[in-house]
Design a protein around this ligand. Sequence first.
Ligand code: GLU
Length: 382
Amino acid sequence: MSRDRLAKTRRLVVKVGSQLIRGQGLEVGRLKSLAKQLGQLKRGGRDCLLVSSGAVALGYKRLGLLERPTSLRLKQASAAAGQVALMMAWEKALEAYGLKAAQILLTAEDLADRGRFLNAKNTFMALLELGVIPVVNENDTVAVEELKVGDNDTLGSLVASLCEADLFVNLTDQDGLFEADPKKEPQAALIDEVPLVTPAILALAGGSSGPLGTGGMFTKVRAAGRLSERGVPSLIANGLTRDILIRLLAGEKLGTYFPPSEKRRGAYKHWLAFAARPRGRLIVDAGAALAVRDKGKSLLPGGVAGVEGLFAAGDAVSIAQLDQEPFGVGLVNYSSPEVGRIMGLSSHQIEERLGYSHSEEIIHRDNLVVFPNPWIPIANQE
Ligand code: GLU
């Protein structure tokens, strides 16, 4: 899909990074300019959602701290203080262009739990039907470090998938992805299009992040790669460029474009791969790895060689060969103690061993996703 198709976008998620929100102070003019463009896109019949960072960046100043805090409690306090200022600023900016804002704060758990995920989706859909602009951020005030989505690039990609958006625009203070780090090599060329996010592309993105935000280019490129698999195109572009949103949607060659992959992954499988939080790990033998990973088969007890972690039936678990990175994730039909008892058996022996059998598979193929792109693995902890 080329950039020409971007003009046909029906629903877009725009992520705005902390660097754009806070310069010397709150960048009111920048928010206004983005709000103006969103108003124009909205009048053109498009649904618009914002994922806005900046709570911590605004909050620590308000609390009189000299630099972005590193401790969890001060980050949480900063987010609490800054989120108010952030929302007030968006509310005011959007209102000036006849738009209504609504705040949605999400935690990783809201997205990992299928029921809560679908509930959040209903809220998003209701807001969009009412013509409102949802302004999303992670609920940093209550999220503890190890249970966080962690950065708004990832959050933005999850929101884009959840809302069935057909475009994700990730606005930052750089023009896009460069062939080398432009801070070290000023001559480095901007990459216009990334057809596939490969390890080499991720390496280009490095791990650096600015002084205010969390993610950096790595999480931006990874988010784009994940959405590409979902069938959603992304753009990483400079939010400082005049009329950036309007120009991008007109197909102008600005920023870096990540086209959608031809083989589109459905919403449920995307959720399973990137939002569900594995509670444990199943170690499978080589035969099962071949059947599950390469032939799209269900995982049967016979192929399971080990079980790690404590989980209940219905939980997400990752699947790996011994001493290797997980190659997939799925929802298990049996709890960890049950799997421990039936692993290695053939399916017809389950009942004999447990006294009951509610399914022949440990994980049914419909509830299982294999990462086609092993270098974009599940981010969530087990
Ligand atoms: N949620 C954080 C904030 O609003 C930003 C996370 C990020 O920079 O990606 O401050």
